[in-house]
Design a protein around this ligand. Structure first.
Ligand SMILES: C[S@@+](CC[C@H](N)C(=O)[O-])C[C@H]1O[C@@H](n2cnc3c(N)ncnc32)[C@H](O)[C@@H]1O
Length: 131
């Protein structure tokens, strides 16, 4: 059964208070020590994706259903590319935006594409992605 944006909002809000859950996921999936995942892609798979995409410079990664942005932000950090994260959970996008700032990846956030889609964007240190 499809979940609503509100249900995902609640799910992400609960995860904020559960750092242990994030740590367990990271250990099981062998992910980098600060990546926030709510998915099943492991560290080796992420390495393969990074190699296959070969994103550099001005290339833009569109991270659909990005959640907290864990994978997209990690790819941006490794390759210095732009990433645009799209998700219908406002709570998830807010957490992704906060994470981008912690990683010193500039980040903007705006409500876009009508009522339900929020988009965050970031790119390498020191610059904002223009609208
Ligand atoms: C299982 S989580 C995966 C999140 C992220 N990709 C990750 O790997 O950590 C699924 C995500 O899809 C988003 N989502 C589900 N249906 C959506 C829709 N119709 N439009 C936009 N986002 C959606 C949810 O808000 C949630 O963040």
């Amino acid at each position: 059964m499809a979940r609503t944006a509100g249900e995902f909002d609640s799910w992400y809000a609960e995860r904020t208070g559960s750092p242990v859950a994030d740590e367990l996921v990271r250990r099981v999936l062998r992910l980098p020590s600060d990546l926030q995942s709510t998915s099943l892609l492991g560290g080796a798979g992420l390495d393969e994706v990074v190699t296959a995409l070969d994103l550099q410079g001005e290339r833009v990664l569109v991270n659909l259903a990005c959640g907290r942005g864990g994978y997209g932000l990690e790819i941006a950090r490794r390759r210095g590319c732009r990433v645009v994260g799209i998700d219908f959970s406002e709570v998830a996008i807010e957490q992704a935006r906060r994470r981008a700032r912690e990683l010193r990846l500039a980040s903007g956030c705006r409500r876009d594409c009508g009522r339900w889609i929020w988009a965050g964007s970031c790119r390498g240190p020191g610059s904002w992605m223009s609208r």
